[in-house]
Design a protein around this ligand. Structure first.
Ligand code: EPU
Length: 428
């Protein structure tokens, strides 16, 4: 078992380069199963969720060749299995994308139900509604989601909730299905546009990605492509908030500033100074942040995946902030950990009231999920002293080289094996 040991109290300074987007990568890799020729995917983040998907693709029969740490060539032509077992999916949320991709490739899929971060109930009824509209029969048997179809055809699907996963899964299932599929009330996240661009670069005919109506005209053949994944909006946002929370000055490079608009706006409300370049943002902050109100919403609203990091910044703001969670039923499990560090936060259902304190105190805490883990790192960087963070495998699912990247900004953060703690921890 490993944990992070963070010695905080120092402002972050310098430059950090953002990796490819996790949530685009975990959709684009399964999408390669639809291709009729090999594809090369570049700017893949080196994170455990990507490793899990590549391993599953190999087991399905794809020929996966790593060209370097961030580039992979995949030849799906020999894939003939439609089963993604629980062991292959290893609890990741994106396993559900194998449903859409395998339905699209073979008209059949049997996939372990998605796991991933625990935000309460994570239904897939809208995914199933989409597959059924295309003509598939979907059942849940022996703990596996099974989809079969004799013949699929294009259809209109209105999503009852704006769902990233359902939008992506229906796009995957429909790309090679005869006729016109229309997804209404579609999600508009940058990774949905990235998936459409990837599929279109192979010859798919997808229009409207990035708006709430996506039209997919089915094609028979998808040629190989060489495609580079967009930068990770949430990784960028995490370093931006960390810079502000430590009173630092950080240039965050290899980003698409347009994808960061809602995060930039909220950080400015909180008193950060932000300079925007073509492919970078520079964030600095002097003194304590200002309290503000944040409501998470589907894109282009403030992302729910930045909610724990923003709450950590606002925990040391002057005044009282309110965060309203507008996407998940239960995304405040991390708050208890922040209170161990002296934060004053009251949660009532989907709302958190944060009474700013001067600073946070070091404490042993846990990463209860991926973004909660990022928030614990930021909290540790604020607190003057040694904070230990356990259960960091959540963080490794989605942040590439997190220790190296924060260290390059002057942070004192180390990954240690639990039975190999440094002397000062053994004495504590
Ligand atoms: N929902 C339904 N029915 C469905 C699907 C979703 O009711 O069939 C509800 C959910 O319960 C939730 C809302 O719709 O209340 C939005 O869920 P969505 O389907 O958009 O989420 P997801 O596709 O499971 C992705 C990201 C999450 C991110 C959400 C929201 C991936 C792999 N995951 O999840 O990212 O929080 O969109 O933006 O893309 C993360 O990266 O840390 C992460 C958890």
């Amino acid at each position: 078992m490993e944990k992070f040991v963070v010695k905080g109290g120092k402002p972050l300074k310098g430059e950090v380069c953002i990796s490819g987007a996790k949530n685009a990568a975990v959709a684009i890799l399964p999408a390669v199963l639809l291709a009729d020729e090999p594809c090369t995917i570049e700017n893949l983040p080196d994170i455990s969720d990507v490793a899990t998907i590549l391993r599953a693709m190999k087991i399905l029969g794809a020929n996966v060749r790593l060209i370097n740490k961030t580039t992979v060539e995949i030849d799906p032509s020999h894939v003939n299995s439609f089963v993604v077992s629980k062991e292959m999916a290893e609890g990741m949320r994106a396993s559900s994308y194998f449903l859409g991709a395998l339905i699209g490739r073979m008209g059949r899929a049997r996939v372990a139900p998605p796991g991933g971060c625990d935000f309460g109930v994570r239904p897939i009824d809208q995914h199933i509604k989409g597959f059924e509209a295309l003509g598939a029969t979907v059942t849940i048997e022996n703990g596996m989601v099974e989809a079969r179809s004799k013949k699929l055809s294009g259809s209109s699907i209105y999503l009852d909730v704006v769902s990233v996963g359902a939008t992506i899964n229906i796009m995957l299932a429909a790309t090679k299905v005869k006729g016109l599929t229309i997804i209404e009330n579609a999600a508009r996240e940058p990774h949905i546009v990235d998936l459409a661009n990837f599929l279109n670069s192979m010859g798919a005919n997808i229009m409207g990605a990035g708006t709430s109506v996506i039209k997919i005209r089915g094609v028979d053949y998808l040629k190989g492509t060489d495609y580079s994944i967009i930068p990770d909006q949430i990784e960028a946002g995490t370093y931006m908030v960390a810079a502000a929370a430590t009173g630092g000055d950080v240039k965050v490079t290899n980003v698409t500033p347009k994808h960061l608009e809602s995060i930039i706006a909220k950080l400015r409300d909180a008193g950060a100074v932000i300079e925007e370049g073509d492919e970078y943002v520079r964030v600095s902050m002097k003194g304590r942040p200002k309290a503000c109100k944040v409501k998470t919403m589907p894109h282009p609203g403030f992302p729910t995946d930045m909610q724990p990091q923003m709450a950590t910044l606002l925990a040391i703001a002057e005044g009282t902030s309110i965060i309203t969670e507008g996407v998940w039923d239960s995304r405040f499990r991390y708050v208890e950990q922040l209170t161990f560090m002296g934060a004053d936060i009251q949660v009532d259902g989907k709302m958190a009231v944060i009474s700013g304190v001067k600073t946070l105190n070091p404490a042993p805490v846990k990463a209860v999920d991926l973004r909660a883990g990022a928030a614990m790192i930021i909290a540790g960087l604020i607190a003057d002293g040694v904070t230990e963070i356990e259960e960091i495998d959540h963080i490794d699912r989605g942040y590439e080289n997190v220790v190296e990247k924060f260290s390059n900004l002057g942070a004192d953060i180390k990954r240690i094996r639990v039975n190999n703690a440094p002397e000062y921890l053994k004495q504590a």
